[in-house]
Design a protein around this ligand. Structure first.
Ligand code: 3PG
Ligand code: MG
Length: 399
């Protein structure tokens, strides 16, 4: 990979220089309180920020949070993230209440060497995500004015052709941060020469989101274990009734076709936990997949499925996991995800967890993060990497 790195930039000397860092601080917020419910993505960027602070740079951090529609929306303010970032860095982070306006300009101008500022949510500006090159470019010009150099450490956003990811590096000397480098290094191990057996576990709600990665992985993997909401469309494709479970009707034929072509590599659940309603206290039972009642919906995989998947995982030398097996946020439907996560930690394999939800599940279930080989900060980004797609953020660093 012909990409310059943070170490190259540090070797040039950054003391007194303004370094614009694109981070992915898109953390989950508690729906009721608005508090940060998982700060993994903030922690993940600390090595890069710490190195820049230590080297005496004026560090200007920018990020998106959620999906505001190109205009300020207080529920998506990065203000709580600035506070948390300051706690983790052990020094206050100056927060600009706009992204490229008066507050941002004065905040950046007032930065002392070794100080860190965070700009308000990039997506409060229509130019960030615009499909119009000129509109994106105009916003990128304003952002680029805040830096003498640019560091991309936003792995979770490298698949987005957005101004801060794609257009700013065309305007400034640019390097990859520590997180981006580590992520690419790990994921490239999975695509180049994975030690076998290579077992992939996919979950989450939608087949349509995972279709491209399934297509790309099928020829490469030894086994593909499918759980989560998306398994019901596959079960339907096998001719089973799935009650009121999540079902993508227009994907049934595609799933049937995938199953036919999979040479037996795809493993589906044999039992599921079905409930009366999508609610934490809903009445529920475990049933065989050929006995799902017409009025109930599946919210987790069952114990026999966990045992079967765990047996496959115990043989693996390389594991990639993306997507929960059930609605793990509700205790009654968390056993499948927990069981699979535990099986992965027990396997004598190099394991990679991809996807914000699976990473959050690992932490929410109280599992030891260090028992996984790597927990990716990128959901869509890690999937698109494995699909072999060109990632705009990485391509921009290569130029
Ligand atoms: C993510 O959470 O997947 C990344 O932060 C990218 O966010 P996006 O899907 O809203 O572009
Ligand atoms: Mg996403």
């Amino acid at each position: 990979m012909s990409i310059r790195t943070l170490d190259d930039l540090l070797a040039e000397g950054v003391s007194g220089r303004r370094v614009l860092v694109r981070a992915d601080l898109n953390v989950p917020l508690d729906k009721q309180t608005g508090a940060i419910s998982d700060d993994g993505r903030i922690r993940a960027v600390l090595p890069t920020l710490g190195a820049l602070v230590e080297a005496g740079a004026k560090v200007v951090v920018c990020s998106h949070l959620g999906r505001p529609k190109g205009t300020p929306d207080p529920q998506f303010s990065l203000s709580p993230v600035a506070a948390r970032l300051g706690e983790l860095l052990g020094a206050p982070v100056r927060f600009a209440t706009d992204t490229v306006g008066d507050s941002a300009r004065s905040t950046v101008a007032d930065l002392a060497d070794g100080q860190v500022a965070l700009l308000e949510n990039l997506r409060f500006n229509a130019g960030e995500t615009s499909k119009d090159e000129a509109e994106r470019g105009a916003f990128a010009d304003q952002l680029a004015a805040f830096g003498d150099a640019y560091v991309d450490d936003a792995f979770g956003a490298v698949h987005r052709k957005h101004a801060s990811v794609y257009d700013v590096p065309a305007r400034l000397p640019h390097v990859a941060g520590r997180l981006v480098l580590r992520e690419v290094e790990v994921l490239s191990k999975l695509t180049s020469e994975p030690e076998r057996p290579y077992v992939v576990v996919l979950g989450g709600s939608k087949v349509s989101d995972k279709l491209a990665v399934i297509e790309a992985l099928l020829p490469t993997v030894d086994r593909l274990l499918i759980g989560g909401g998306m398994c019901f469309t596959f079960l339907k494709a096998q001719g089973l009734e799935v009650g009121t479970s999540l079902l993508e009707k227009d994907m049934v034929e595609t799933c049937r076709n995938l199953l036919e072509r999979s040479e037996g590599k795809i493993m589906l659940p044999v039992d599921v936990v079905v409930a009366d309603a999508f609610a934490p206290d809903a009445a529920h039972d475990t049933v065989r997949v050929d006995g799902i009642p017409s009025h109930r919906l599946g919210l987790d995989v069952g114990p026999e499925t966990v045992a079967g998947f765990a047996a496959a995982l115990s043989q693996a030398k390389t594991i990639f996991w993306n997507g929960p097996m059930g609605v793990f946020e509700m205790a009654a439907f968390a056993a499948g995800t927990r069981g699979i996560a535990e099986a992965i930690t027990k396997a004598d394999a190099f394991s990679v967890v991809g996807g914000g939800d699976s990473a959050a599940a690992v932490r929410a279930l109280g599992l030891d993060e260090s028992s996984f080989g790597h927990i990716s900060t990128g959901g869509g980004a890690s999937l698109e990497y494995l699909e072999g797609k060109t990632l705009p953020g990485i391509a921009a660093l290569e130029n």
